[in-house]
Design a protein around this ligand. Structure first.
Ligand SMILES: [Zn+2]
Ligand SMILES: [Zn+2]
Length: 204
């Protein structure tokens, strides 16, 4: 689902191909209606990922489950071995996918932690991730985004440090001029930049 939400399919064929590639069995022809259904479903699922609190997330997810899932039943269709469907039989791919994603999201969040779904912290990325990490503290969709943000924060810290140093230096100069005698302030500047000249100009 994350892939479909990140780059929504443009045609029913593309939707079918991507579901097959993800290991889903497709028993019925995929229609324009299936595609429309999924494109309409994506923002509702993203709202679950964007929920601010666990309670809000549960409310939104329960609404999806109510409209997408049905009572569980045991089936062995498509030679896949016995397994559970949380949906009615004979549905199109759009409805199947909505049920699979809603139930899958519910199982993931209740099994591993309600907070384990979110958006990448990198501002310009914003991709959704499902957190399967051991510690459950994932904040980025991938290592590339985490690295890029780490480099950016490091540079921002360095720039802020330089700015602070500049301000301190300027403050010293300004303080020296304002104090009139300048003995304690200007003389103490270790880099010696311009101190000599400033002192020589003073009527000491
Ligand atoms: Zn099945
Ligand atoms: Zn990212």
């Amino acid at each position: 689902m994350i892939q479909l939400a990140t780059a929504p399919p443009r045609t029913p064929e593309e939707l079918a191909e991507r579901c097959l590639a993800a290991g889903m069995a497709i028993d019925r022809p995929v229609s324009e209606g299936d595609l429309t259904e999924i494109l309409e479903f994506i923002p509702h699922w993203l709202a679950v990922a964007d929920a601010d609190t666990d309670e809000q997330r549960a409310v939104l997810l329960n609404a999806l489950l109510a409209s997408a899932s049905a009572h569980p039943r045991v089936t062995d269709h498509a030679d896949g071995g016995w397994h559970i469907h949380y949906r009615d039989d004979g549905l199109g791919l759009g409805a199947v996918l909505r049920a699979v994603v809603s139930v899958g999201t519910a199982l993931h969040l209740t099994g591993r932690g309600m907070h384990r779904l979110g958006r990448c912290t990198l501002a310009e990325c914003g991709r959704v991730y499902a957190d399967f990490t051991r510690g459950g503290r994932q904040r980025y969709c991938c290592h590339a985004c985490a690295n890029r943000d780490a480099v950016r924060r490091h540079r921002a810290r360095r720039a802020a440090g330089r700015e602070r140093a500049q301000r301190v230096a300027q403050g010293r100069v300004a303080g020296g001029e304002a104090s009139g005698d300048g003995e304690t302030v200007a003389c103490g500047v270790p880099n010696g930049r311009g101190d000599g000249r400033r002192h020589s100009r003073r009527p000491a």
